[in-house]
Design a protein around this ligand. Structure first.
Ligand code: ADP
Ligand code: MG
Length: 362
C-alpha cells in the first residue's frame, strides 16, 4: 500500500539538514512547502543541494535533522522513515532513462507492481493517454523523439497516481528547439493531473516559465522563496538579483540617504548612514541617446544580438566598462560618444554587510 493519497497533497520540509558521509554539509536548515496542486520550482546553481533535497523527499537519502511531512503525516523524521514505495511520491530523474528492450507500455507499467497485471495495464494506458502517446503503447522507445521519451518518463511517474511529483532537471537532456514545447506540454499535464510538483532547474528563465513559486538555493541554504515577480523585483540579496538578470555592480557608502556611483546618486532609504552598499544596475536598465542625456559615455564595443544589442561603455569614474542591452537601431552605426540615462526600476540597492559580490561586478 502507498500513503493512499490520490489527490493533491502538501509536501513540507521542516528544518532539513544533511551531509554525505564524505563530510561537508549539503543542506542547512531548509524549510519549504509545496502547496497542494502547486508547481514549485527549486532553483539553484550546480552543487547547491537540489538533487539531494529531492532524494530526501523520495526516501532515497536520509536527512541528519528535520522532518518531511506529506499533508499532516510525518514521512521522515526522528524515529520515522517511510520507505520510498509507501510515500506516494513520484520521481523523474534527470536522464529519464527508459528501458530500451521494453515496450513503451511496459516501461510505464514498470512501477505498478502492487496491481494485478490487467489493472497495471489499464493504469499504464491511462497514464499514456494523459501524455498523448497511447498509440505508441506497443512500440519501443527508440522510435520516439527525445521530447516524446520525456513524456513517457512523465507517464511512468504519473501512473501510480502519486500525490507529489518530483522532477530533477527534466528538460536538461533536450535540445533547445524541443525544450520550449516539451516544457509547455509538461506543465499542461501537471495541471491536468493536479499533482503537487517540485521541478528542479538551474535555469532562472525555466523556473520563471514553469513555477507558481520559486525557491532559490545557494550552498545548501534557502535564500528566497516567492513568485517569479517577487524574486525579480525584490531580490533579498545581490545573489538572487544576479541569478535573474545580469548586473553592473558598484560599491559605495550611504551619505545623506543615498549612494554615489559613476551612474549617479541612488536613494538607499533602508540603509544606515555611513554603511557600505552595493548598487546593482540591470543591463536592461539603460536608455541611450546620441543627442543628450544625463551621463556621458563612450562606446567601447557593441555586439548585435538580433532584437537587442550588447554595449560596453566607458563611463567617467567607472573603473570597468558598464554593460548595457538596448534595442537594435537605437544608435546609429558609427555612434561613439553618446549619453545614457538609468531607469530607476532597474536599480537595486543592497547593504553590503554579509554579502560577497556575485562575480558579475562591473
Ligand atoms: P545540485 O543537484 O544542486 O547540483 P547536489 O544535491 O547533487 O546538488 O549536490 C550537493 C553537494 O553534495 C555537492 O557539493 C555535491 O558534490 C555533493 N554530493 C552530491 N552527491 C553526493 C554523494 N553521493 N556523495 C558525496 N557528495 C555528494
Ligand atoms: Mg542535481
Amino acid at each position: 500500500m502507498t500513503a493512499g493519497v490520490s489527490f493533491a497533497a502538501r509536501l513540507s520540509f521542516e528544518g532539513i539538514s544533511h551531509s554525505y558521509a564524505s563530510g561537508a554539509e549539503t543542506l542547512r536548515d531548509v524549510s519549504l512547502a509545496a502547496e497542494p496542486g502547486e508547481v514549485l520550482c527549486l532553483l539553484g546553481p550546480s552543487g547547491s543541494g537540489k538533487t539531494t533535497l529531492l532524494r530526501i523527499a523520495a526516501g532515497i537519502e536520509t536527512q541528519n535533522a528535520g522532518r518531511i511531512r506529506l499533508n499532516d503525516r510525518v514521512i521522515a523524521g526522528p524515529g520515522v522513515f517511510l520507505p520510498p514505495e509507501q510515500r506516494s511520491i513520484g520521481l523523474v530523474f534527470q536522464d529519464f532513462a527508459l528501458f530500451p528492450h521494453l515496450t513503451i507500455l511496459d516501461n510505464v507499467r514498470f512501477g505498478l507492481t502492487a496491481l494485478s497485471p490487467s489493472e497495471a495495464r489499464r493504469e499504464a494506458m491511462i497514464a499514456l493517454e494523459r501524455v498523448g502517446l497511447e498509440t505508441y503503447a506497443s512500440a519501443y522507445p527508440h522510435v520516439l523523439s527525445g521530447g516524446e521519451q520525456q513524456r513517457v518518463a512523465l507517464a511512468r511517474a504519473l501512473a501510480p497516481r502519486p500525490a507529489v511529483l518530483l522532477m530533477d532537471e527534466p528538460f536538461s537532456g533536450l535540445d533547445s528547439r524541443l525544450k520550449d514545447a516539451v516544457r509547455a506540454e509538461t506543465l499542461d499535464i501537471l495541471r491536468q493531473s493536479r499533482a503537487t510538483a517540485i521541478v528542479v532547474t538551474h535555469d532562472a528563465e525555466e523556473a520563471m516559465r514553469m513555477g507558481d513559486r520559486i525557491a532559490l538555493l545557494k550552498d545548501g541554504r534557502l535564500v528566497q522563496t516567492g513568485t517569479a515577480e517577487d524574486l525579480y523585483r525584490n531580490p533579498s540579496d545581490p545573489f538572487v538579483a544576479g541569478f535573474f538578470s545580469e548586473l553592473n555592480e558598484f560599491t559605495g557608502r550611504v551619505v545623506s540617504g543615498a549612494v554615489e556611483t559613476p551612474l549617479g546618486r541612488f536613494p538607499a532609504p533602508d540603509l544606515t548612514e555611513g554603511e557600505e552598499a552595493i548598487v546593482a544596475v540591470r543591463l536592461s536598465g539603460f536608455q541611450v541617446n546620441q543627442q543628450g542625456g544625463t551621463i556621458p559615455a563612450r562606446l567601447a564595443s557593441r555586439r548585435f544580438l538580433g532584437v537587442v544589442e550588447h554595449l560596453e561603455l566607458a563611463v567617467p569614474g567607472a573603473d570597468r566598462h558598464v554593460r548595457a542591452r538596448v534595442r537594435c537601431g537605437t544608435l546609429a552605426p558609427g555612434a561613439r560618444d553618446i549619453w545614457i540615462d538609468v531607469v530607476p526600476a532597474d536599480v537595486l540597492v543592497f547593504a553590503r554587510h554579509s554579502f560577497e559580490t556575485s562575480g558579475e561586478s562591473a
